[in-house]
Design a binder for this molecule. Sequence first.
Ligand code: FAD
Length: 449
Amino acid sequence: SPTIVWLRDDLRVADNPALNAAVERGGDVVVLDVLDDESDEVRPIGSASRWWLHHSLTALAADLDALGAGLTLRRGPAEKVVMAVVDEVGAGAVHWNRRYGKAREVDARLKTALKDRDIEAVSHAANLLFEPWTVQTGSGGPYGVFTPFWKACLARDEPRAPLEAPASIPGRAVEGDDLDSWELLPTAPDWAGGMRDEWTPGSTGGRERLEQLAEERLADYHRRDEPGFEVTSQLSPHLRFGEVSPYQVWHRLRDGLSGLAAKNHAKFLSELGWREFSYHLLFHNPDLATVNYRREFDAYPWNDPHDAGLARWQKGRTGIPIVDAGMRQLWHIGWMHNRVRMITASFLTKNLQIDWRVGEEWFWDTLVDADEASNAASWQWVAGSGADAAPYFRVFNPVLQAQKFDPRNEYVARWVPEEGTDDYPEPMVDLKESRQAALDGYEAVKAAK
Ligand code: FAD
């Protein structure tokens, strides 16, 4: 009987355990991707991610074609859609790679429904190096602090080697949607020009980034905090959509280095560790994007976003150059340097006192790497409401941050060329006063503790 491989955040043919298992099972393989904007447990992806998804699926379809399989696209609530395809082809098995947010409730229901009908339903570990529930503190609970979490991960067996893509896939064609009918791309205005210039969605583009990291960028990774100096991997959207797997990344980077190279290597792996930690938090706190991890932050007196100038932050017109540079980079290429993500998020939540959830949503809509776990965990981290968060009273001073991390003004000059002219606005808030207001607001949190 045919096997269905239901793809989600794993748009790759190499190191895809569900795909390999389906081929090994024998019989025809139906490769299915579902656009699910309807299930309550699935957060609809944002606009920039839709742009990425369109191109990623195009690349994947070509990779699958080369192996003999097509890609079937269907739209609708995933449980219903997968079941319908099972019935159409008389499938005997459905395989998928796990996801870790609320959407796993959909997967659990589907698994039960399939098993009730004696159809094999198998989920695989593919997108994290360490399954979230397997990493436990001494007392058997989840971790809330990164350093011991990552130490516990590193003490375990090394992550398995990546799997080769199947040599061929006995694909079975099933009628599906035309990708264009999903309308993932912007129409008018077309805001994706900067993204097209910057990125190559798909596994080939991801592998190129990985090679560039291994061959060039990693050697300078100690300068990862300088946004004007491009040394971080920019693998995040490729990891987000599973075009590259963390196993491939882990095993591509050399071990047994010494000195600075060893430090850079360990530091880079620990950034992957933050990704794992974010998923660990999401697994144990499925509402991470909407509920304060530290519930005492429910008492924080956030400003009304509109009155506090949200639109100026979104447009990169705050009058604080490094903040505006970051917000414009985000708008143009769908990605922002990590240091600047921290600065812009701090500015929103502290200097403007706008709820982190409002910023999280803007990032969700505009980032090509918008990720349920990392976005929510990072926003909570900056706001101070998160696990192992930056202490609330440590308010970034964006002017000092720019002096320290963009000392030659390269990053700011690139995105805010009009700085210093009459076209550039005055700072929308006084940094000192707004910092104090943020600290005053924090008193309510302390009282609620
Ligand atoms: P590199 O430095 O090359 O790191 C390699 C990989 O490690 C990244 O691709 C990413 O998968 C992971 N990683 C690195 N830093 C972090 C981190 N702090 N937390 C979790 N994973 C990390 N990352 C996302 O992938 N998606 C998001 O939606 C997202 N939202 C963020 C929101 C805010 C407010 C902040 C402060 C950070 C956010 N990050 C997010 C984390 C981080 O900024 C990006 O992962 C990183 O900038 C991606 O660039 P890179 O691939 O060049 O990183």
